[in-house]
Design a protein around this ligand. Structure first.
Ligand SMILES: Cc1cc2nc3c(=O)[nH]c(=O)nc-3n(C[C@H](O)[C@H](O)[C@H](O)COP(=O)(O)OP(=O)(O)OC[C@H]3O[C@@H](n4cnc5c(N)ncnc54)[C@H](O)[C@@H]3O)c2cc1C
Length: 505
């Protein structure tokens, strides 16, 4: 028996689904959010991966939550508090570490790093507002006042800086590192941060723009007090208090389309829910191919959905450690980055193009247990690492590749923290295929579709669905696959709600 319980059904309880649902509910819509797992948060969850050891599900740090979402949902009121921003330690195998806090560091390149960061941050500041508005349209219907304001913002850079932005914006980050820096540790960090979560290497064309996008999100690396679970809980509480009805263990199997219009969803358990609008905050390919189906879509559009590139190159490693590791004296409360040079980052990317595992992966690690009691038993520790790169389609098969990457990652960690291997009581490595199976991120891709120049703005996720509306009347997109992409950020979901409300006005 179909039920009509809402104006809007939102599919997916990740940060974007929650942001979108909360904004719609706050504007007076009756919203039901459907999440397939037992709790909200998506990539921002937490789980016990070994008895007594808790680790972030995927994301272990935020790199700039959308400020409109933070304020609009009142996340502070709902318990979200952050630890002070984490410094980054570029960990050296000889103990010659370098500590970096935003634009500040020490060593021979201290001034060059500060100058480079100031320049790139200025570029990022003028690009940042574009993250908070729908992509420009190629024809008609642009919100010209908004666009014109942003264009004026770019002009405030001044002629010389504007020329420099235009020279650099499509350049690769390796060349920038070579041009501006001499210290391999900083070159490695720049290359690593630009390519984190992307399916490209530092020498790939357009890799600098991802670094600008990272800077445009602002704030640096933040760890919520209480861990990522506390962030997910605050998002859930805030959405509910805005009026969203959150239903977990509600897997959407189909978007119901009648006469070219989305009229509700069918759940995996057979329940049919009717609604005025459906918003999908899950991967666009899953939305169109899995939930809508070819019969309701134009053949060209359906084919283009299949061409959305969604290769994931990041693996997630969790280690249960009997004792604190010693990274040759590095501060265990910092963000530890092992990326000795830009060349090493590139060399770690090359094999995954051919489905192979790199011998020396690069990685970002944090020890949540160094910040929070209760993440591990007394005296023990949890290490959470993002390991790059991992082949999304391993030639040797998934389990052989998983074993090889685990071995390679442990080798790298041991070289930087002698004795670490002997502390490991349990290791858990999620390859891109595991991430797809567990979180529904197609290809295991961080952004629900690669964030690359050709899949940005009006091409994100694909032409015809780039403004959150879709060719199916009443069906909208709101997940990381839409502009401006993913990360624990919420801009895509917040923007989608804004576009939807504007269309209804
Ligand atoms: C290895 C790895 C490490 C990462 N680390 C970081 C990090 O440190 N910092 C950071 O900012 N970002 C990180 N990310 C990226 C981040 O996790 C994602 O970009 C972010 O989670 C996207 O948010 P979302 O709300 O769009 O989608 P998701 O978080 O994927 O949420 C989608 C939700 O929809 C649900 N769902 C799926 N299908 C259905 C269905 N049919 N019916 C109902 N519900 C459904 C899922 O269960 C999920 O809860 C990482 C990603 C990866 C792969």
């Amino acid at each position: 028996m179909p039920t009509r319980s809402s104006d809007v059904l939102v599919i997916g309880g990740g940060v974007n689904g929650l942001a979108c649902a909360a904004r719609l509910a706050a504007a007076g819509c009756k919203v039901v959010l459907l999440e397939t797992t037992g709790k909200v948060g998506g990539g921002a969850g937490e789980r016990e991966f070994a008895p007594g050891f808790r680790a972030p599900a995927l994301a272990h740090l935020t790199q700039g939550l959308d400020s409109r979402m933070v304020d609009g949902m009142g996340l502070a009121r709902h318990g979200l508090v952050f630890h002070p921003p984490l410094a980054t330690t570029v960990v050296s195998a000889t103990g010659d570490h370098l500590v970096v806090r935003g634009g500040q560091t020490t060593g021979p390149d201290a001034a060059a790093w500060a100058a480079l960061q100031a320049k790139l941050s200025a570029f990022a500041r003028v690009l940042a507002p574009f993250r908070q508005m729908p992509p420009p349209r190629l024809s008609g219907q642009n919100r010209w006042p908004g666009l014109a304001r942003q264009a004026l913002g770019i002009r405030t850079l001044g002629r010389a800086n504007l020329r420099e932005l235009l020279r650099m914006i499509l350049i690769n980050v390796h060349d920038v590192a070579e041009d501006e820096l001499t210290d391999d540790r900083l070159k490695g960090l720049l290359a690593f941060d630009a390519t984190l979560g992307a399916w490209l290497g530092p020498r790939s064309p357009n890799s600098l723009i991802l670094y600008l996008d990272r800077l445009a999100r602002g704030e640096g690396s933040l760890l919520p007090k209480g861990g990522m679970a506390a962030l997910a809980a605050a998002l859930g509480r805030a959405a509910e208090s805005a009026g969203v009805r959150v239903r977990t263990t509600a897997a959407v199997q189909q978007v119901l389309v009648e006469g070219g219009r989305a009229v509700g969803v069918l759940l995996a358990d057979g329940e049919e829910i009717r609604s005025g609008l459906v918003v999908s905050a899950i991967h666009p390919r899953t939305t169109f191919h899995g939930l809508v189906g070819a019969a309701a879509l134009d053949a060209g559009f359906y084919r283009a959905t299949g061409h959305i590139r969604s290769r994931g190159g990041a693996a997630k490693l969790h280690l249960a450690l009997r004792d604190a590791p010693d990274f040759r004296g590095a501060d265990l409360r910092s963000r530890l980055v092992i990326a000795p040079s830009s060349e090493v980052v590139e060399a770690a990317f090359n094999p995954v193009k051919y489905g192979e595992v790199p011998d020396s992966p690069v990685l970002e690690a944090i020890l949540p247990s160094a910040h929070e009691p209760g993440q591990a038993p007394e005296g023990a520790h949890v290490l959470s690492a993002i390991v790059q790169y991992a082949p999304h389609a391993p030639r040797a098969g998934l389990s052989a590749a998983r074993a090889a990457l685990l071995e390679a990652a442990l080798g790298v960690l041991e070289a930087h923290a002698p004795g670490l291997r002997g502390l490991v009581s349990h290791a858990d490595l999620l390859m891109p295929q595991d991430i797809e199976a567990r979180f529904g991120m197609v290809g295991g891709n961080w952004h629900h579709g690669e964030l690359a120049v050709e899949q940005m703005l009006f091409n994100r996720p694909q032409f015809g669905a780039a403004h959150y509306s879709t060719p199916v009347d009443g069906l909208w997109l709101a997940g990381a696959g839409s502009h401006p992409g993913g990360g624990i950020n919420g801009a895509a979901g917040w923007n989608a709600a804004g576009a939807l409300l504007e269309a209804r006005a």
